[in-house]
Write a protein that binds this ligand. Structure first.
Ligand code: NAD
Ligand code: GDU
Length: 329
């Protein structure tokens, strides 16, 4: 039996594949390589290049392999892009989920761990955010993920497909050995941009908005180390395979850092001065997203070990400084 990792060539999915293989699990990856990299896929994983919206391609994978469960990372995931290309997000994310659940049902595969997001909550009055806080997304990306959760709920009722939806906050860091890490083109995430600036690949970091109602006027996010996040996926898979009920968990560090604080910490970790420019607010950005992950700790026994901000930035720095051009030669 194998675990099917959809989006296993991407930043987070590739870390999941490495960890599963480390734990001697048989892994099958499907990815269309739109934002992922073939080089990020562990050589011991069986790779199918394909798009999950292509039903025939997906059926082919399920026909060829004995799939026990699915980790579903494959999605479009940029908040700002979703504000200008909403249909892309509903097509790739929501339609992709519809095809996937239909094929899982056809092949009687009953377990899925899904990459959801803090963006499902939108602007929450409750901080830290727990799972019972109402979801009111402020961008199409978050809306698409909320819809995907709803679709899973109805497919559980109709077909008995069990799910764990993991609402990640901001994922960062990399495997300590510098072999895999974050490489998007163009890169739009804060920590990689800050580190590329430290490396001299960029002149400055633009701070998107300094007039938010926060301690220093810049947006606050909760950063979680990718290695800790993957451990939660392994626990979620075990939870489902043990026959537990479908549910939702937040995954974050429970600490909020402003954009300015991230830049200051990166200056300390890298020992480099990082130039900044003040810019306008970015479309769709909520001011504050900080998690309560108590439920994942209580029910899954999740214990994040690396999610302090210095370690997250340090591990990302190892990846970026060893691979200044990412996966490109
Ligand atoms: N990075 C974060 O901070 C963050 C936070 C919350 C949630 N998430 C979610 O985690 C998941 C992974 O994020 P990431 O940062 O690794 O993104 P990523 O873009 O690096 O990885 C996504 C992978 O999925 C593939 N893919 C996309 N659409 C596909 C399709 N239709 N068929 C096949 N493959 C497809 C891409 O080629 C890529 O390899 C996404 O679902 C994202 O929404 C990420
Ligand atoms: O050059 C930059 C890049 C980002 N930011 C700011 O830094 C913060 C973090 O931005 P990221 O782009 O790194 O991450 P997002 O919070 O927009 O989104 C990330 O986390 C979300 C959940 O919190 C989603 O799930 C999403 O997939 C994932 O990309 C935001 O306030 C953003 O405005 C800047 O000021 N300058």
């Amino acid at each position: 039996m194998a675990i099917l990792v959809l989006g296993g060539a991407g930043y987070i999915g590739s870390h999941a594949v490495h960890e599963l293989i480390e734990q001697n699990v048989k892994v099958v990856v499907m990815d269309n390589l739109e934002t992922g990299h073939k080089k990020a896929i562990h050589p011991k994983a069986k790779f199918y290049k394909g798009d999950i919206r292509d039903r025939d391609q997906l059926v082919e994978v399920f026909n060829q392999e004995e799939i026990e469960g699915v980790l579903h990372f494959a999605a479009s995931s940029l908040v700002w892009e979703s504000m200008i290309k909403p249909v892309k997000y509903f097509d790739n994310n929501v339609y992709g989920m519809m095809v996937l659940l239909d094929v899982m049902n056809q092949f009687n595969v009953k377990n899925i761990v899904f990459s959801s997001t803090a963006a499902t909550y939108g602007e929450s009055d409750v901080v830290p955010i727990h799972e019972d806080v109402s979801t009111r997304p402020t961008n199409p990306y978050g809306e698409s993920k909320r819809m995907m959760e709803q679709i899973m709920k109805w497919c559980e009722l109709a077909h008995g497909i069990k799910y764990v939806s993991l609402r990640y906050f901001n994922v960062a860091g990399a495997m300590r050995d510098g072999i895999i890490g974050e490489d998007h083109d163009p890169e739009t995430h804060l920590i990689p941009i800050v580190l590329e600036t430290a490396l001299g690949k960029r002149k400055h970091v633009t701070i998107f908005g300094c007039d938010y109602d926060t301690k220093d006027g810049t947006c606050i996010r909760d950063y979680v180390h990718v290695d800790d996040l993957i451990q939660a996926h392994i626990l979620a898979l075990q939870y489902l395979i043990a026959g537990n009920e479908s549910t939702v968990f937040n995954l974050g560090s429970n600490e909020g850092y402003s954009v300015k604080e991230i830049i200051e910490t990166a200056e300390i970790v890298t020992g480099k001065k990082i130039q900044t420019v003040l810019g306008d607010r970015r479309l769709g950005d909520p001011p504050i997203l900080v998690a309560s992950s108590q439920k994942a700790k209580n029910i899954l026994g999740w214990e994040p070990k690396k999610s302090n901000i210095e370690q997250i930035i340090y591990d990302a720095w190892i990846w970026h400084s060893k691979n200044p051009n990412g996966y490109r030669e």
